[in-house]
Ligand binder design. Structure first.
Ligand SMILES: NC(=O)c1ccc[n+]([C@@H]2O[C@H](COP(=O)([O-])OP(=O)(O)OC[C@H]3O[C@@H](n4cnc5c(N)ncnc54)[C@H](OP(=O)(O)O)[C@@H]3O)[C@@H](O)[C@H]2O)c1
Length: 279
């Protein structure tokens, strides 16, 4: 049986490519379907042997395990389409945080898990966030753990922490890239260094920073202490950042959580069954 991917947008595609490049899945083991068919066909052209299913129902019939890689607002449509061909021996994995495991379990007889990936998995790095549903057996957990260990460090989290863990593991690559871009922009505006050189300097620095933290024995704290000697330039810069950054990260976390609460509510309403609607 194949591994299925419903939705081959940004994250569906990243997962497929990462599993293939890590030699964890062969293209022949993968079946995909995407609403806009040519996105799926492009993957099949790039990875000969990968199959494109005619629709999501055919994909489910061919899979032992399938990923739901669509946005929260698209879940009801997909679940309605596949519901009556999903079997209880299959594993369904949502990669979307605001869709609750118990709602998926209401809709599908399958064993369910939520696994939130990160763009960092494109280079086989970073954490994937693993929230197992109650129907998963120990062997299912092992299969999923093995699969994701090839491209990431899986981490079991509580469903209650999915938003904050996603902020840190999945959104932060974009947040930090934004801050670094601002730093490079300021460098260009303040000193006339070329944009190309400023971007090259922060990019290579980021590569080194990541490795110092993961392989070089540094923590975030010890790294700052090592670079910022008392009375030196970096120390002065850190003091300025301490006052300048203020409460922005608290505001950021409150904002992501407010948006998440909205999304959860919207998905919950969209996934109400006819019986619940009429109550
Ligand atoms: N991007 C990230 O870094 C990231 C990280 C962790 C989790 N996630 C989660 O992953 C989910 C997908 O995000 P994304 O960034 O991959 O979004 P995306 O690029 O918009 O991809 C969603 C894909 O689903 C397809 N789709 C929609 N309805 C479908 C249906 N009925 N049947 C088959 N395919 C369908 C869309 O097809 P079309 O081509 O027709 O639009 C699109 O290609 C989101 O819930 C997001 O929260 C994303």
């Amino acid at each position: 049986m194949a591994i299925g991917f419903i939705g081959t947008g940004s994250m569906g595609r990243t997962l497929i490519q990462s599993f293939i490049h890590a030699d964890k899945l062969a293209p022949e083991e993968i079946v995909v379907h995407n609403r806009t068919r040519n996105k799926a066909e492009e993957l099949a052209r790039n990875y000969p042997g990968l199959r494109v299913a005619a629709d999501n129902r055919e994909l489910v019939r061919q899979s032992s395990l399938f990923f739901l890689c669509v946005k929260p607002g698209e879940f009801r449509h997909v679940l309605e389409e596949i519901q009556d061909c999903v079997r209880s021996d299959q594993i369904a994995i949502s990669i979307t945080s605001p869709v609750m495991i118990r709602d998926l379990e209401e809709w599908l007889p399958a064993k369910v898990a939520k696994i939130i990936p990160s763009i960092t998995q494109a280079v086989h790095a970073g954490h994937s966030l693993f929230i197992p549903g109650e129907r998963l057996h120990a062997t299912d957990r092992e299969i999923l753990w093995n699969l994701f260990s090839a491209i990431s460090r899986p981490l079991v989290i509580e469903e209650d922490h999915v938003r904050i863990a996603s902020d840190l593991a999945s959104c932060s690559p974009a947040f930090l890239a934004h801050l670094l871009e601002k730093l490079a922009d300021a460098a260009v505006e303040e000193t006339n260094i070329s944009r190309e050189q400023a971007l090259a300097l922060v990019t290579q620095m980021t590569d080194g920073l990541g490795r110092l933290l993961t392989e070089g024995g540094f923590t975030l704290k010890s790294l700052q202490e090592r670079v910022a000697v008392p009375g030196g330039i970096t120390r002065k810069g850190l003091d300025l950042l301490d006052t300048g950054v203020g409460s922005v990260f608290h505001d950021l976390i409150r904002l992501t959580h407010a948006k998440y609460a909205e999304d959860v509510q919207q998905v919950k309403t969209a996934l109400l069954t006819e019986k619940e609607r009429n109550h």
